[in-house]
Design a protein around this ligand. Structure first.
Ligand code: ITT
Length: 199
């Protein structure tokens, strides 16, 4: 099967509204028709992988096979070296069943109390899945440090406590276009675009 996206509808395989908005903003200049997983009624697969790559791939493959269309999934999270890499692939799960990121951010801060190393990185792995089961992944990272208390009401998830290297504003205080210049998701997206959409 030809691996081309030109002229095809692409499923954006996420049930997270913050991610969906960002991925649609990144895709917008490319002129591809997209459909969200929730809008298509696709089920949310259980994330049984042990790496960002495995979880991104299983979400992309599930959405491509259920829809019969190529599907782009994102598995991402906040990696804090002083916490042994936590919350990492469990970043969404730290927010609990109500997906309350105030709780998740407090939990990170509570575990970091008294720790002088406040470095952190956001990681995003995008996976492009095909209906025949083929998958390719693309990783992007954004390095920075954690602040407390949270600042800003833009973005989503852990954005209000993350200041990128060389900056002063949190991702939660930055305009979306500025976050897209340096974010983990934009960096992964750049690799995906170069591989599939004529560089
Ligand atoms: P899908 O699996 O349906 O895509 P999810 O929210 O469960 O949605 P993940 O398992 O990949 O997705 O969880 C990643 C979590 O990491 C996400 O819920 C956010 O809280 C956080 N995260 C990822 N990218 C982020 C970003 O750009 N800014 C802030 N937080 C981010």
């Amino acid at each position: 099967m030809a691996r081309t996206l030109t002229g095809r509808r692409l499923v954006v395989a996420t049930h997270n509204r913050g991610k969906l908005k960002e991925i649609e903003e990144l895709l917008a200049p490319l002129g591809l028709a997209t459909a969200g997983a929730a809008a298509l009624g696709l089920p949310e697969p259980e994330e049984t992988g042990t790496t960002f790559e495995e979880n991104a791939a299983l979400k992309a493959r599930a959405a491509a096979q259920a829809s019969g269309l190529p599907a782009l999934a994102d598995d991402s999270g906040l990696v804090v070296p002083a916490l042994g890499g936590a919350p990492g692939i469990y970043s969404a799960r730290w927010a609990g069943p109500t997906k309350d990121f105030t709780v998740a951010m407090k939990q990170v801060e509570a575990q970091l109390r008294g720790e002088s190393d406040r470095r952190a990185a956001f990681v995003a792995v995008l996976a492009l899945g095909w209906p025949d089961g083929a998958v390719e992944t693309f990783r992007g990272e954004a390095h920075g440090s954690l602040v407390w208390p949270p600042r800003g009401d833009k973005g989503f998830g852990y954005d209000p406590i993350f200041v990128p290297e060389g900056g002063t504003l949190t991702f939660g205080e930055m305009a979306p276009a500025d976050k897209h210049k340096i974010s983990h998701r934009a960096r992964a997206f750049e690799k995906f675009r170069a591989a599939y959409l004529n560089g």
